[in-house]
Design a protein around this ligand. Structure first.
Ligand SMILES: [Zn+2]
Ligand SMILES: [Zn+2]
Length: 373
């Protein structure tokens, strides 16, 4: 379907303000850049945080939607994948939502911590709607020169990919950080998309058992379907000490080899450290926004426990690429598309955001195509 001269996008004008539809000129590909016709874009917890004004330095108004799938409409010069193959017009692709990583600063060159590059920018989060169509809640998106594009492999439907969303590479990265060993028991705190994908990749990394702690019931049912051996509902087991005991009861009183925090609640940290075995590894990936301070007992939680505590910020192209490859291989086993509770047109973007905020959906997807008159 060809785009008209004007395209519609759903705009978040500022924290707390309703989502509104705006019309923009059809984007033109810059030299080395491209234009995608949007097929699907995600609504995730980050968008809820953006709507609450919980992230600093966001240049409102923004077009949200950082992880997306589109159809290549045009490129200004050949657009290539990482193998050097030219991507043909019409191909279904996603792209690494992070751009502008400079490759020249201390973080990039010395620390090799590209996700902390100060020049790093993210589609749909640090891009202003006045700069152009740089968010996925839109009929079209402009890919700037240098944005890394990944074609969806044969058989991976856009809804499969969106069922993973940004939780796919983020969960993958957390599992990589955790260095899971064959036969490990892994606890995942949090049953949102990051936690669910961490549960998937923990199994693929060799964990023999995965236990998930979270809510609501629909997300825990998804965790079980994805292979979690057992799930603990925090709405039913309300005392953190009882939840720690729930883990100890399932690990001969020792605790889990690995605990991955994907909850977004600061109180999960001392709770999760109580679930960790001696000399275990604890990965914090859920604290994407500042949810406050918590007390930790350095003696009991860290020193005597001989614990390894690792942070995990964002993800790199390698995590996106490899997580998609695993999705292509294992899509029948894990059926990521079933995590998509509902698809919404652009006009329903505000409703999608509200449903995500109230955890009424596991994964919400915006389908701009469905919005056309
Ligand atoms: Zn840099
Ligand atoms: Zn996201």
């Amino acid at each position: 379907m060809a785009l008209t001269e004007k395209v519609t996008a759903a705009v978040m004008p500022g924290p707390g303000r309703p989502i509104e539809l705006r019309r923009y000129p059809r984007p033109v590909a810059q030299p080395g850049g491209a234009v995608l016709e949007m097929v699907a874009s995600e609504v995730c917890g980050t968008d809820v945080h953006l709507h609450h004004g919980r992230l600093s330095g966001v240049p409102y108004p923004i077009i949200p939607g950082h992880v997306s799938v589109g159809r290549l409409l045009e490129s200004n010069g050949p657009l290539r994948d990482v193998e050097g193959r030219e991507i043909p017009a019409g191909a279904l692709v996603t792209f690494y939502d992070v751009f502008g990583i400079c490759g020249a600063c201390w973080h990039c060159l010395v620390a090799k911590a590209a996700t902390r590059c100060p020049r790093r920018r993210v589609y749909g989060i640090t891009t202003c709607a006045d700069e152009g169509l740089l968010g996925g809640w839109s009929e079209a998106i402009a890919l700037l020169p240098g944005v890394r594009v990944a074609p969806l492999p044969d058989g991976v439907d856009p809804l499969d990919f969106m069922g993973g969303g940004c939780g796919l590479p983020t969960g993958f990265h957390a599992v990589e950080r955790a260095r899971i060993q064959l036969g490990d028991t892994v606890v995942v705190q949090g049953s949102g998309p990051v936690g669910l994908n961490a549960a998937v990749f923990a199994q693929l990394a060799g964990a023999s058992r995965v236990l998930v702690i979270g809510a609501p019931a629909a997300r825990l049912a998804a965790a079980r379907r994805l292979g979690a051996e057992d799930a603990c509902d925090i709405e039913l087991v309300r005392d953190p000490a009882d939840r720690a005991r729930w883990v100890l009861d399932r690990t001969q009183g020792r605790g889990a080899d690995v605990v991955i925090e994907a909850s977004g609640n600061a109180a999960a940290l001392p709770e999760g450290l109580e679930m960790l075995r001696d000399a275990g590894r604890y990965v914090v990936v859920g604290q994407y926004t500042d949810s406050g301070d918590v007390a930790i007992n350095p003696h009991r939680h860290i020193n005597r426990r001989h614990a390894e505590i690792l942070g995990c910020w964002g993800y790199e192209f390698t995590h996106l690429y490899r997580s998609i490859a695993l999705m292509a291989k294992h899509r029948e086993r894990f059926r990521w598309r079933d995590l998509v509770t509902r698809s919404y047109g652009l006009r329903e973007a505000g409703q999608a955001l509200a449903d995500m905020e109230h955890l009424a959906v596991v994964k919400a997807v915006i389908r701009p195509e469905a919005s056309r008159d």
